[in-house]
Write a protein that binds this ligand. Sequence first.
Ligand code: OOG
Ligand code: NI
Length: 474
Amino acid sequence: MHTVTNTVGATELRARFAARLSDLYGTEVPAYTTLVEASAEVNRRVLEREGVDAERLGSITRVTAERHGAIRVGTPAELAQVARVFAALGMYPCGFYDLRDAHPRPIPVVSTAFRPLQRDELAANPFRVFTSMLVPEDRRFFDEDLERRLKAFLDARRLFPEELLTLADRAVAYGALGAEDAERFLALAAASFALSPEPVDRAWYAELAEISDVAADIGGVTSTHINHLTPRVLDIDDLYVSMQARGIEMIDQIQGPPRWDGPDVLLRQTSFRALAEPRRFREPDGSIGEGELRVRFGEVEARGIALTPRGRDLYEQSVAEVDRRLREAAGATTRQEIAVRVWQERIPATERELARRRLAYFTYRVVDADRARGAEPNLHALTEAGAIAAEPIVYEDFLPRSAAGIFASNLSGAGSVAADQGGAERDISWMSGVIGSRVAVPEEVYAAESAASIAEVGRSLDLDLGLDLGLDLS
Ligand code: OOG
Ligand code: NI
């Protein structure tokens, strides 16, 4: 007799978890299935239209399977538990987003995203989860009395069963789980994000919703749930029109950079409000009644090239300029039209120019070593000589302004904020402390990947590329 050691590693666990969550969400929110179908059609169309160029920012297999999820938790302890579950899936916290002073509407949360950090892991399965945590200590939203009651409510609930956390820790410790444990782990993990049939305390939920629908969605119920699952498309404008043609009403715009002729950078997203879902309620007299809540939605995104801090500054200045001109135009023209003009004036129209001015991240590889002879030993000259080629690094993270826009466009109530009150201080190191491991800085992850590829080019061409990159640093 021989034994087969049948273990499931983090990459496979992640792929299976993403697929399970997708199945779950599809049964809970049918419009999601429509969105996935429409997205796959759009991607096929782009592939037919553009051929290999369509895959410049990601293979069609990756893009078609790609999803991000969003979840919301209430306490540092819950966030630390989520981190353990995701670590078992090879997903690590990256980026810090403070949405509490966001426009058009402040949201009482701080967020991070759990995702694979390595290129090969992203290629194998790029599943990531935007994870928000309530800040009950923030006086702009919650007074002392409500903070106390909110914390008592949150401390009394248990989002993740002990067995799930134990299995997660085991997966991390051994790098894999046995087949049976893997199955159990995935079932428990997916179940933790399913919509609970547990009755919602109507008065408590309403009290929190008065302040923020997001606060009620997090702190008004005894469990968490997946808020949305977002497919990636290669042409979000096409998707937007396709969804409207299917009778689904989209929010009024696509968030992020405009559609234009130059390179796509960062992230473009749009969403639609899902239907109200039936939920059970506990009424003030103790009886259980039926009702509905409308908290979940559909979202879709298109990803572009990651920007360096210099590039990001240029992006933010350009967005501010669009805002300024839009205010001046006072309704005479659309945001999209203004944005295209600003982009044409300010953002380089080619990848090559983005690279030369060090505005975006690229990896480099040798394509023809012979052509390196005689060329100046720097990236720009070697690229011009055709010795090396630059490949864009895709932006794998989120945009706080878009996130705030997505949150806001899917809320019903206006909420209330006391702007004169102090907000509790929260930052990336605070969050690292809560999670118990360092929250990665997206730009550092991209920079390291770029630098590693440059070092490799240097080694294989036997050149000291050093710091003289031949790039325009002005
Ligand atoms: C998260 C909203 C932000 C994104 O993709 O930027 C977001 C939420 O609604 O919980 O999902
Ligand atoms: Ni999202």
